[in-house]
Structure formats: structure tokens, C-alpha cells
Design a protein around this ligand. Structure first.
Ligand SMILES: [Zn+2]
Length: 411
């Protein structure tokens, strides 16, 4: 049992009380709040309904860009990307002059709440759906940390756990499947039963949310599944706290055609071919979901280019929400300026940003495009199986406040 007299733990300038029972924080990838509402309406998620009735349901805002890596890292550090440095799934490393995935812990500039609690003596476990997050979430962490994607390769020496498939009783799930997320929950229940961690972080994948709108049979089936596992975690005596890394919206016209603004083409037309470098931070190795199309982009301009004039012309295009110079974008969205281009571009709710038509393979998209990245996907749920006391009214809540709310305000 955790020692309830253990001292509070301070991480990135915020102090967290020691847990009075095991705390499970769940990040549901791409969980637009309406997914939960519609599952409740359909009557398929009784445990989620009970959270709303006897626990606490709040709305929060995620970090912009509303992408997976920046938000998962904000949640586990309790801080925005300006502090932890992870501002995309993908970025242009100007020091190395190469475009790289932001999966490596060398890009992380802050400690995680998970690692610091483990250092203070807590038993900590992390299960993530996709392996791309494992190194970042597990940075400096002494405890259990593995991905569902590579669950078959987890070893006690490297991941703090072995024989995962056997103990969960499920085969290795395909990476593009709802099963990948189900595996995360099933593993979480097994770990809570056997190892009884003080703190557990479960992070799913948005495969279902990219394909299926709230209230559809496939979406409701996903939330019904999740509701069942969360009920088991609750029955095992855990505090359950749920949020999302970002929301999700259709990015199509009424006919279901993707609304894409091709930025590299536009800058090539303005400045000449290849003079500007457009970076799409949604880019990751799992392109089947979204074809690397999202609502946030950044652009590096050649020396001497008139950033302000270009920004003004670009902002006038249909579907563009705003264009900001680097420093203004860093201030408004709490991002590290040294990892942004000269301009930051956001599209409106029904639009996404691309580079050039030939650089996006949409052939594997088998449903109208749904994606995220902008301010239109910033609303996320904050759900708790306990009442919260003393949260100042009017406080702006973020998804990265979830550890603070769960540990410092749960009655
Ligand atoms: Zn995500």
C-alpha cells in the first residue's frame, strides 16, 4: 500500500500530493468530448455514465498543435511544450539540418511526473498503444513501461515486465486496430491486479476516432469496450482520471471530399520552387490514419523573405484560420520558439494543411478524412471517478492539469 504520509513531489514547478490509493490516468487519443456524450446517449457505456453522475466531468483544453506527442508529454510533465520541448510528432532539427521524428528522449527538456514519483518511491507503470511514445513517456522512469504495439518484445530487464501476451491473454494486436487500444486497457487491469502500482498511465491510439464520428456504431463500440475496462480498474480500488490528447473533426466538405490547402505549392508559387520549407508536425510513421494531413503547420522561409507580407497573403486564403510569426505563435501556444519555423499556420475546423499533392498518399484512407491539429480540436474531457473540491471557479483547465486535479483536488 502507498504510504499516505509520503511527502509531496514537485515536478516542473508544480507540487503533487502523494496518492491515497492507486491512481490511473488515462489519455484517450482523439477523444472529442462528443464521443463520450454519444456513447452515454446510446446507453452503451454505463461506467462512463456513472463517472458523470457520481464523479466529476469537466472540460479542458489541450495544447496546440493538437497532436499526440506534444499533448502526451504535456500531460505527463504537467507543463506546456515551452517547458518540455516536444512541440510536434515531427520537426525540423535546425542544428542537425534534418527533418526527424520527435520520438527520441534527447528532445525532451523536462522530467516527467511519472519518473519523479518513481524516484520518490512510488511503483509506476506506463502502457502506451504505439511504440513511438514509449521512449518519451518512459524517460528516466524506473518501473514498467511498454507499448501494446511491441508487447511481445517486452522484457523485465528493459520494460520492467515480461510475458505480456500470456498474462493479458490476447494475441499481439495489429497497429491499425481498435484492438491496439483494448490491449492497453486489458494490460492495465492485469497490472493493477498483480503489481498494484501507485501510479499508472495508459495511452491509447486514435485509429477509431480518425475513421468514425461520435455516435457511430464503431465509435460507440470502442467507448463501450473502454467503459468496461475502466469499471474493472475502479472495482480494483483505483482513482480513475481520464482526459484526451486532442479532439477530432471531419476535414471534408458536404460530399466528404478532403479540404486540403497545399502550403508547399503555395510558397513555391510565391518564392520559387523549394525556397521555403513546410513542416507538418502531424507526420508520423502511422500515415494510414490521416495521410499526414492536420490543421497545424510551420514554415521556414529563405533569408530576405518578407514574413509579414507572406503571412498576410496566406491568411487571406479560404480555410486558413490564422498565420503567426514564430515569437507570437510561441507566446500564444506556449511552444519552444527554437523549434518553430518563421511562420506558424493553422487551418479552420473543416480544413487541413498539406505540402504538395504528390506528397500525401490518401489511397489508404477508406473513410472521409477526420483529423486534428488546430484550435478547433482543443476541447477535451476531464473525467474523474471521484468528486473534486476546491478547484477555483473560472480557472482555465488544461489536459495537462489532470495529475494536479486528481492528486490535489480529489475529495
Ligand atoms: Zn493523438
Amino acid at each position: 500500500m502507498p504510504d499516505t504520509t509520503a511527502s509531496p513531489v514537485t515536478v516542473n514547478g508544480r507540487t503533487y500530493r502523494w496518492m491515497d490509493r492507486p491512481l490511473v490516468v488515462v489519455c484517450v487519443d482523439g477523444c472529442e468530448p462528443d464521443y463520450i456524450t454519444q456513447a452515454l446517449e446510446a446507453g452503451v457505456a454505463p461506467y462512463l455514465r456513472s463517472l458523470c453522475e457520481r464523479g466529476t466531468s469537466l472540460l479542458g483544453e489541450c495544447v496546440v498543435p493538437s497532436f499526440t506527442n506534444p499533448n502526451n508529454l504535456s500531460i505527463v510533465t504537467g507543463a506546456p511544450p515551452a517547458v518540455h520541448g516536444i512541440c510536434g510528432n515531427y520537426f525540423y532539427d535546425t542544428e542537425r539540418n534534418e527533418e526527424v521524428m520527435m520520438n527520441d528522449a534527447r528532445y525532451l527538456r523536462a522530467e516527467t511526473i511519472l519518473a519523479q514519483f518513481a524516484r520518490a518511491g512510488a511503483k509506476v507503470a506506463v502502457v502506451t498503444a504505439k511504440d513511438k511514445l514509449r521512449a518519451l513517456l518512459g524517460h528516466n522512469l524506473r518501473g514498467i513501461c511498454f507499448s501494446a504495439e511491441k508487447a511481445d518484445r517486452a522484457t523485465p530487464a528493459e520494460h520492467g515486465i515480461g510475458d505480456v501476451l500470456d498474462r493479458v491473454g490476447k494475441p499481439l494486436p495489429p497497429v491499425y486496430s481498435a484492438d491496439l487500444s483494448e490491449f492497453v486497457f486489458a494490460a492495465g487491469v492485469s497490472i493493477l491486479e498483480r503489481e498494484r502500482p501507485d501510479l499508472m498511465y495508459l495511452s491509447t491510439t486514435d485509429y477509431v476516432q480518425h475513421k468514425h464520428a461520435p455516435g457511430t456504431p464503431q465509435a460507440n463500440a470502442f467507448y463501450a469496450m473502454m467503459s468496461g475496462y475502466l469499471a474493472q480498474l475502479d472495482a480494483l480500488g483505483a482513482s480513475v482520471a481520464l482526459t484526451a490528447d486532442h479532439g477530432m473533426n471531419a476535414k471534408t466538405d458536404a460530399a466528404g471530399r478532403a479540404q486540403i490547402i497545399f502550403l508547399q505549392d503555395w510558397f513555391d508559387g510565391e518564392l520559387g520552387s523549394g525556397k521555403a520549407r513546410v513542416i507538418l508536425p502531424i507526420t508520423d510513421p502511422y500515415v494510414v490514419h490521416h495521410g499526414s494531413l492536420g490543421s497545424f503547420a510551420t514554415c521556414y522561409l529563405p533569408g530576405g523573405a518578407d514574413a509579414q507580407a507572406l503571412g498576410e497573403r496566406l491568411a487571406a486564403l479560404p480555410g486558413i484560420a490564422c498565420v503567426l510569426p514564430r515569437e507570437a505563435a510561441a507566446a500564444r501556444f506556449e511552444l519552444p520558439p527554437d523549434r518553430l519555423g518563421d511562420l506558424v499556420i493553422l487551418s479552420q475546423r473543416l480544413f487541413v494543411l498539406g505540402t504538395a499533392p504528390g506528397r500525401h498518399d490518401l489511397s489508404s484512407l477508406d473513410a472521409p478524412l477526420r483529423s486534428h491539429g488546430g484550435e478547433s480540436e482543443q476541447a477535451v474531457p476531464l473525467l474523474f471517478n471521484r468528486s473534486l473540491r476546491g478547484v477555483p471557479p473560472g480557472r482555465r483547465l488544461r489536459n495537462f492539469d489532470i495529475f494536479d486535479l486528481a492528486l490535489n483536488y480529489c475529495a
